[in-house]
Design a protein around this ligand. Sequence first.
Ligand SMILES: [Zn+2]
Length: 404
Amino acid sequence: MQPIEGSRRYYLDSYTTTFRTSIRERTVADGRPAVVLAETFFYPSSGGQPHDTGTLADRRVVDVLVREPDGAIVHVLDAPLADHLTEVDGLIDWPRRLDHMQQHTGQHVLSQAFIRAAGAATIGFHLGVDYVSIDLDHGNVDDGTRAAAFQEANAAVAADLAIRAWFPSAAELASISLRKTPEVDGALRIVAIGDFDVSACGGTHVARTGEVGLIHWLRTERLKRGTRISFLCGDRARRDYAEKQRIVATLSANLSCAVPELPDAVARLQADLQATRRDLGRLREEALDREATALRQEAAGSPARVLRAWEGRPVEEVRGLALRLTAGPGVVALLATGGERTQFVFSRSEDLGLDLKAALDRALAVIGGGKGGGGRVVQGGGGPTDSATLDRALAAAATGLGGG
Ligand SMILES: [Zn+2]
């Protein structure tokens, strides 16, 4: 049996996507068919980098994982391989693998750049479908420091540094200064990015930093212990740039201003909106005051009764009217809004001892609605009601309240 490192061919070759090898073991992983191969170029989920996908013979490889304790690479398939097969052709989905190589290599470069720009060490790494991030051990990474680190990282990309991955001898390893010393049993795999960065890593990387294309900052978040920097590399960064450009161009056209003027234009809009909302709120209050005064003047009887229903009127407005109508003495307001939902708002002046809960129950019985509460202002409702039913409900509520 060859050592594990030898069977993991991706360790020394990140670019081969097709290979032929023998099946060493047929097995099951979480109830799904799986195989172990004599050797493989498929990368298993590990070290923060997601697994490869692809095919073995005519089956899809849906997951690749490291089996403990023997370290075998288990290829999980969508269906079992044909029984007669002893060898298979493997094919790795290259766009997914290249994306992982770009993000992962970009991470090495950026981690080193943050050490140089801020003395901040990377203590976490996430490579997901939606975002890529590193966690730094520094609590305050200001915008200037962050920008300097990304500039340093992109300078390393532009320098198109050669990247080498190998297993050094113990003697050679002793002479290498690593960015971070990992806790690993067995042979240590070293990844050197020119003279820029040397670290221990088991992932797949591009051959030259130029292939990372671009290392682009997305956002900075404060963590309990440190700072999270989200970023994008390679094609992800270019796609993100294209999408941002599309959004910015749309905003620029909609606001009829040049792109550099967008922040000021949005700030002006926000200020205008705030002032308009304030004015609108004041006008609404004044309109409700006038409407309440008019309704009070129309009301007859002692106590004065105001029965009124609207269709689709916001219940806050109806409540505002009820409170205004009954702020002074001698008024009972039986108001309702119908439409898709029905809401009754009944209110009485402090000096009236009327039982509004009973009135509300009578109204709710007409529309088949739910229970309401008690007190000087009561509210309750139900489903859709037409205006004729609503009028009947208010009439029923008014029965026995006196006045009118
Ligand atoms: Zn790596």
